[in-house]
Design a protein around this ligand. Structure first.
Ligand code: HEC
Length: 231
């Protein structure tokens, strides 16, 4: 009995310690139904951002051309907006969320890039937090711009669904450091125009095709390029 109460007490203490490190972000509710949850600078929030963490996973791993994008919509499924993704998700109930449970051996299909276990875990966390339309507009740390942090994760989340398995869509392969550096240094202006959705390019050349990355992420890419691709 004594050991049990000690255990409970220890757990309670650990729990309260871990809580003090989480930011309390005051959400801002917008007219369009989205919730802005940008944490204050230098504070790590525990809230998953739908726009920067979840939407790109569905648009890049599930909506590559020929799959579930607006032009192809295989089996009537389109996964490029919050409403479309939410239609297959039950808040706080991953087991009753077909757009979560289908991710695995068969989806994305053979020979297509797979999501990482971290990315799948992020989707699970988002569902358990209520599967809300949470948005982070400007919460990245632009003093960080090496490949290890954050460029590799940005490419993985936003690009690898189409450019993560060689040769990659449009013959652009960005799946590892050497390949990304080689491609971007040979095509620097095109690359920047693509990620800034420049009107100098055709809509099909603006990357990622369905959703532009947020400004602070684009700025991290530009700083990484200008600094000579630090690893
Ligand atoms: C949903 C699939 C998809 C995603 C996600 C995607 N791309 Fe692409 N990308 C393509 C396709 C398809 C092409 C070929 C477009 C064309 O030639 O019209 C392409 C072409 C490109 C090009 C060459 C453009 C040109 O005109 O030659 C660059 C650069 C590029 N992508 C970078 C990126 C980056 C960086 C990301 C992530 C931030 C990304 N892409 C995400 C599908 C995708």
């Amino acid at each position: 009995m004594k050991t049990l109460s000690t255990l409970i007490l220890t757990l309670l203490i650990l729990f309260s310690i871990s809580c003090t490190h989480e930011a309390i972000v005051q959400p801002i509710y917008t007219d369009t139904g989205s919730i802005i949850v940008d944490p204050p600078p230098n504070v790590k929030s525990d809230t998953v951002c739908f726009n920067t963490e979840i939407l790109p996973l569905y648009t890049t791993y599930c909506s590559s051309p020929g799959c579930h994008d607006a032009n192809s919509h295989e089996e009537g499924v389109i996964l490029t907006t919050y409403a479309q993704i939410k239609s297959g998700i039950t808040a706080k109930n991953p087991g009753r969320s077909p757009y979560y449970t289908i991710i695995g051996d068969d989806m994305p299909p053979k020979n297509s890039p797979k999501m990482t276990s971290d990315q799948i875990a992020t989707i699970l966390k988002w569902i358990n937090q209520g599967a809300l339309n949470t948005n982070c507009i400007n919460s990245c740390d632009t003093t960080k711009f090496t490949y290890t942090n954050p460029i590799q994760a940005l490419i993985s989340t936003n690009c690898n669904g189409c450019h993560g398995v060689s040769p990659g869509s449009g013959n652009v392969y960005l799946g590892d450091y050497a390949s990304a550096k080689a491609y971007i240094s040979a095509n620097q202006a095109l690359f920047i125009n693509a990620i800034t959705h420049s009107t100098n390019l055709t809509p099909a050349q603006r990357m990622p095709p369905s959703n532009k990355m947020v400004d602070c992420q684009i700025s991290q890419f530009e700083k990484w390029i200008n600094a000579g691709y630090p690893q």
